[in-house]
Design a protein around this ligand. Structure first.
Ligand SMILES: [Zn+2]
Length: 237
């Protein structure tokens, strides 16, 4: 697959409606481990529970394709870097320390990534972050704020920078508290219609994608090698 770069071997990134993930031949709640099942059972809303399950299934499918194994052969675990708890925090594959994984879920849409290099992925839907000026000012650097406010669709432009920053949090480059200090104003705010946009931030490779004909999701993956977007065929068993 052409990943838009001369450096192959970057993480595989997948984005899908939660319902679509569960139609994959390998998908099912049976893939989840006991800790994940407990966590899933705590969601009050059934839709949120399904999104959680779908994200945890999709990340296994991505990792399974990278490793050339069945999704059912993989054990996904999490550990929080702050409190050490195993019910949340950074996901990893038990028994496969060479594989890096990341996952994200929002209302009805999930994203996942897996590969041999560190990766962070985030997915958001338009209209969910709000467009309050205070939010823009907290999240964006000054130069970013100017560009977002001058954009024909400031909400969409804001969301693009937001998912990038969330992906950078997941790969450990920034934190929720320091988002406004991270300046991504050199990056384009628009992605080419229907296609992923590949760009760089410092030493990291970013993949941006806007799923305008499907879920409507805005997606970013950040990695130390160029990430590539998986086609449904690439995820097939
Ligand atoms: Zn914790």
């Amino acid at each position: 697959m052409d990943n838009g770069s001369n450096e192959p071997g970057g993480p595989l990134v997948a984005v899908s409606a939660s319902t679509e993930v569960m139609r994959h031949p390998e998908a099912g709640e049976h893939l989840l481990g006991p800790t994940e099942r407990q966590r899933a059972a705590r969601f009050r809303q059934e839709e949120a529970r399904q999104d959680y399950v779908a994200a945890h299934v999709l990340v296994r499918i991505c990792a399974a394709r990278v490793l050339g194994v069945e999704a059912a052969a993989l054990t996904l675990a999490q550990q929080c870097p702050d409190c050490g708890d195993h019910g949340h925090g950074k996901p990893y594959l038990a028994g496969h320390p060479e594989i890096h994984v990341s996952l994200s879920h929002t209302h009805g849409v999930v994203a996942a990534a897996a590969g041999h290099h560190p990766v962070g992925v985030d997915v958001e839907l338009p209209g969910r972050t709000g467009t309050a000026v205070e939010v823009f000012e907290r999240v964006l650097a000054e130069a970013e704020l100017k560009l977002v406010q001058a954009h024909p669709d400031p909400g969409r432009a804001f969301l693009r920078q937001w998912v990038r920053k969330e992906a950078l949090i997941k790969i450990g480059r920034t934190t929720l508290d320091t988002l406004g200090e991270l300046d991504l104003s050199a990056l384009p705010l628009d992605t080419p219609a229907g296609l992923p946009l590949h760009s760089k931030y410092e030493d990291l490779y970013l993949l941006d994608w806007q799923d305008d004909t499907g879920t409507g999701a805005t997606v970013c993956a950040a990695a130390t090698r160029p990430p590539h977007l998986a086609t449904p065929a690439a995820l097939a068993p």
